[in-house]
Design a binder for this molecule. Structure first.
Ligand SMILES: [Ca+2]
Ligand SMILES: [Ca+2]
Length: 412
């Protein structure tokens, strides 16, 4: 590959010095004389010749912004060193809240952003609505502008090393108001000998059925082998984390991205619960029950654990993580104690149900029986105080720990 020379950015503002057309949005009957800004590079790419990126500023804009970039080039083979040809135009404007076109371009520079050893054109934007700066990254060449990072996009790019080689895990976030999800994760290998400096290795997911709304991308060793996994916490939006929050764990290898865990809901969370260096993943269940009083309760508790075994995450035994689960139950007990202080029967029932359901789901039978003995009078009293039905039924349900468990068994 030909050595790439240094990049020179010429930034000049000279009124009337450039005969560029007035960009869209400024074609008023008496347009002000535009000021021209030229972003120029002397770097030669391929066989094309010199490139020049221009922008036309709107003198009347209080922020001195522009609405489009233009890519020009000199093709020495056609007209050696004489004529600039317009190759492409990239528009950087949006509609403002009043429906007018708002120019966003503020500044530009040339910089090798993606590590391919060619400079990209980085356009700095300035938007009135948010009063913040942002960037758009454009590749440019014989095909004109190619968008690397477009308007309202963020690139999460995390370098890692696999078997001594350099790799990158990337995700492109697209903003929709406050919501900025990404739908795929890409793996690249750095390759000095390759044109472009890196090679696409894999993209996840490779099937349209496995769609997700990525909220974050991190590298963390879950499996305990010293190599990081790509961890994506997902969020499809909404108020209920049990329905909208999920987790994807991918193992980057030289061969590609291997899915170790995928759950788009149930608010999974990862902990090394037994401190053995390997991360476990816990999920919640949620059900609405009528309990014994004809009223609906929503209770959620950890009811499954997934453990890393045989190269992927598989269902494990909750009882193996007894100490961890009891520490979580302690938290529920605190809410239960607070509800007793408030003498609020619905809360007493709801929190007590969560504690017992958690202990039952984890198979912690001794702890369940103990908790039942210590709290059944409060639960029974709370039930009776709001009960409007069959009192004999209440007495039956609260007669033994197993009777209550059997009552709940049909609910989830
Ligand atoms: Ca690992
Ligand atoms: Ca562990």
């Amino acid at each position: 590959m030909r050595a790439v020379g240094s990049v020179v950015l010429v930034f000049s503002v000279a009124a009337g010095a450039n005969p560029l057309p007035v960009p869209r949005g400024f074609e008023s009957p008496t347009p002000p004389q535009p000021e021209a800004s030229t972003f120029e590079t002397d770097t030669v790419f391929g066989d094309c010749g010199y490139y020049r990126v221009d922008a036309v500023r709107e003198a009347a804009d209080p922020l001195n912004r522009f609405g489009a970039l233009e890519l020009h080039y000199i093709d020495d083979s056609l007209s050696p060193g004489v004529d600039w040809h317009l190759q492409d135009t990239y528009e950087v404007w949006v509609y403002d809240p009043a429906g007018n076109e708002e120019p966003l371009g503020y500044d530009a520079r040339f910089e090798d952003v993606d590590g391919d050893r060619r400079p990209e054109c980085v356009v700095t934007l300035r938007r009135v609505e948010t009063a913040g700066n942002d960037e758009v990254v454009l590749e440019f060449g014989l095909d004109g502008f190619t968008v690397v990072l477009g308007l309202d996009e963020d690139l999460i790019s995390l370098p890692l090393e696999l078997d001594g080689d350099g790799y990158t895990v990337e995700a492109l976030r697209r903003r929709y108001g406050w919501f900025a999800p990404f739908g795929e994760v890409r793996l690249y290998r750095s390759e000095e000998e390759e044109e472009g400096g890196r090679v696409p290795v894999d993209v996840y997911p490779d099937s349209e059925e496995t769609d997700f709304y990525g909220g974050s991308l991190d590298l963390e060793d879950y499996t305990g082998d010293g190599r990081p996994e790509a961890v994506v916490y997902t969020n499809m939006g909404g108020n209920d984390p049990l329905i909208c929050c999920g987790l994807v764990v991918l193992e980057p290898t030289p061969g590609g991205l291997t899915e170790l865990y995928y759950e788009p809901m149930l608010a999974p969370f990862a902990r090394d619960a037994d401190s053995d260096g390997v991360t476990e993943i816990f999920t919640y269940t949620a059900y609405t029950s009528s309990f014994v009083v004809g009223r609906a309760y929503r209770a959620s508790f950890i009811d499954r654990v997934f453990v890393y075994e045989g190269g992927r995450y598989v269902p494990g035994e909750l009882a193996d993580y007894k100490d961890f689960l009891l520490s979580r139950v302690t938290e529920e007990e605190r809410y239960y104690a607070e509800s007793l202080l408030g003498d609020y029967p619905e809360a007493i029932l709801g929190e007590g149900q969560s504690v017992l359901a958690q202990l039952a789901a984890a198979g912690l039978d001794a702890e369940y029986a103990l908790w039942w003995e210590g709290h059944r009078e409060e639960l029974r009293g709370a039930t009776l105080s709001i009960h409007d039905g069959d009192w004999d039924e209440v007495e039956r349900v609260f007669s033994t720990p197993d009777a209550l468990r059997a009552e709940w068994a049909g609910m989830y």
